[in-house]
Design a binder for this molecule. Structure first.
Ligand SMILES: *Cc1c(COP(=O)(O)O)cnc(C)c1O
Length: 361
C-alpha cells in the first residue's frame, strides 16, 4: 500500500528509498554483522560511513576546502548559544536580521552572551517579508551578521543573500532550506542547522564553518561545543549521533542520484509554484507572506472560514495527507514541501484542497 504524503515541518518525511535501504541494512550493515547503531564510532565501518557522508555533503554544496563540516548535537536552538560562544571573540555585539520566530529566538539567546544589535526586521510578528536591504542598519563593529535563510514557522525565505559589511562573516540558520537549492558557501562564514527538516533524523546538527573563524571561542565554551575542538577531532571529540549521520549519508546519496541540487531546485520550484499558484487563484484559502519572500519549503495558508479548520484536517488525513496543521503561533495550515516531498504529493494536496473548496465553499 502506498504511504500517505507527510507535510510535517519537522521532524519531516524522508525519501522512501532511504527508509527502505535503512530497513534492509538494519540488522547487518554491509556484512559487518552489526546494525549501524551498534558500531563503535571509531571503528572502520563507521569511519567509512561518516567519511562518505561528509564527502557527499561537501560535493553537493561545493563546500570550499577552507571550510570544515562538523556533525554535532544540540540542534539549531543549542547553536543559538554555541555560535556567540565561538564567534564573539573580544567583540561586544553581533548583528541580527530577524525575519521570523526562529531568528527572534536566536536574537534573544544571544543576549546571554553579548548585546545583540537588531540590524533589520522586528522581534515580534507577524513576519511576512524580508525588509528591503537599504533599510538595514549595521552596528559599528559586529562579530558577525546572523540571519535565518528560511523561517520554517512563518514561511519567509531569503531568495538572495543581503550584502554584509566587509569582513563581517554571515552566519545563517539553514535548518529548513539547506540542500533545497545550490548556494555559494563562500559567501558565508558559518552555516548551521538541525537535520530533521531537510536532511535526516532529529539529533544531528550540521555546521559548515570557515576555518579562520575557529580561533575566537570563549574560554567558557564547553569543549564538546567548541568548533575548533570538534573540527580537530573530525566530529568525534564526543560520540557523534552515529545513526543520524548514517541516515543523512543515505539522503546525500539519494540527492546525488536525483541529479544534485540544481535538479532538486528545479523540482522545488515546480512544487512551490503549483501550490502558491492555486492559493493565489482561490478566495477560499489565503496566504499572507509577500510574494518575493514566500518560502519554497514551508507554505503557511489559512481557510477563509477558520471554523472549517478541524474538518479540513480530518478530511485531509482521510485522503492520505498528514500533518498539515499550522504552527500554534501562526495558526491555520502549513504544508512543508521539502526535498523528500514528490511533485505527486503536492498535486494530491492541491486536488484535495480544490475538492474541499467545492464541497464546502
Ligand atoms: C526547527 C528549527 C529550529 C530548531 O531546531 P531544534 O533542532 O529544535 O533546535 C531552528 N531554526 C529553524 C530555522 C528551524 O526550522
Amino acid at each position: 500500500m502506498a504511504r500517505p504524503y507527510n507535510f510535517s515541518a519537522g521532524p519531516a518525511a524522508l525519501p522512501e528509498e532511504v527508509l527502505r535501504q535503512a530497513a534492509e541494512e538494519m540488522l547487518d550493515w554491509h556484512g559487518s554483522g552489526m546494525s549501524v547503531m551498534e558500531m563503535s564510532h571509531r571503528g572502520k565501518e563507521f569511519t567509512q560511513i561518516a567519511t562518505q557522508a561528509e564527502a557527499d555533503l561537501r560535493e553537493l554544496l561545493a563546500v570550499p576546502a577552507n571550510y570544515k563540516i562538523l556533525f554535532m548535537q544540540g540542534g539549531a536552538i543549542a547553536e543559538n548559544a554555541i555560535i556567540p560562544l565561538n564567534l564573539l571573540g573580544d567583540k561586544q555585539t553581533a548583528d541580527y536580521v530577524v525575519t521570523g520566530s526562529w531568528s527572534a529566538k536566536s536574537f534573544k539567546e544571544a543576549k546571554k552572551y553579548c548585546t545583540p544589535h537588531l540590524a533589520a526586521g522586528a522581534l515580534t510578528g507577524p513576519w511576512l517579508a524580508v525588509p528591503p536591504e537599504p533599510t538595514f542598519s549595521f552596528s559599528a563593529d559586529p562579530a558577525y551578521l546572523f540571519l535565518c535563510s528560511n523561517e520554517t514557522i512563518d514561511g519567509v525565505e531569503f531568495h538572495a543573500l543581503p550584502k554584509a559589511p566587509a569582513q563581517v562573516p554571515v552566519v545563517a540558520d539553514m535548518s529548513s532550506n539547506i540542500l533545497s537549492r545550490p548556494i555559494d558557501v563562500a559567501q558565508y562564514g558559518l552555516i548551521f542547522g538541525g537535520a530533521q527538516k531537510n536532511i535526516g533524523p532529529a539529533g544531528l546538527t550540521f555546521v559548515i564553518v570557515r576555518d579562520d573563524l575557529l580561533d575566537r571561542a570563549s574560554p567558557l565554551c564547553p569543549s564538546a561545543f567548541e568548533y575548533k575542538t570538534v573540527a580537530a577531532n573530525g566530529s568525534m571529540y564526543n560520540t557523534p549521533p552515529t545513526y543520524g549521520i548514517y541516515i543523512a549519508g543515505l539522503v546525500f546519496q539519494w540527492l546525488k542520484r536525483q541529479g544534485g541540487l540544481a535538479e532538486i531546485e528545479r523540482r522545488n520550484i515546480a512544487k512551490a509554484e503549483l501550490l502558491y499558484g492555486y492559493l493565489d487563484a482561490t478566495a477560499f484559502y489565503q496566504t499572507r507572506v509577500e510574494k518575493p519572500f514566500r518560502s519554497r519549503m514551508n507554505v503557511p495558508f489559512f481557510l477563509k472560514d477558520e471554523s472549517l479548520n478541524d474538518a479540513f484536517l480530518a478530511a485531509a488525513k482521510d485522503a492520505g495527507l498528514l500533518q498539515l496543521k499550522g504552527h500554534k503561533s501562526v495558526g491555520g495550515m502549513r504544508a512543508s514541501i521539502y526535498n523528500a516531498m514528490p511533485l505527486a504529493g503536492v498535486q494530491a494536496l492541491v486536488a484535495f484542497m480544490k475538492e474541499f473548496e467545492r464541497t464546502h465553499g
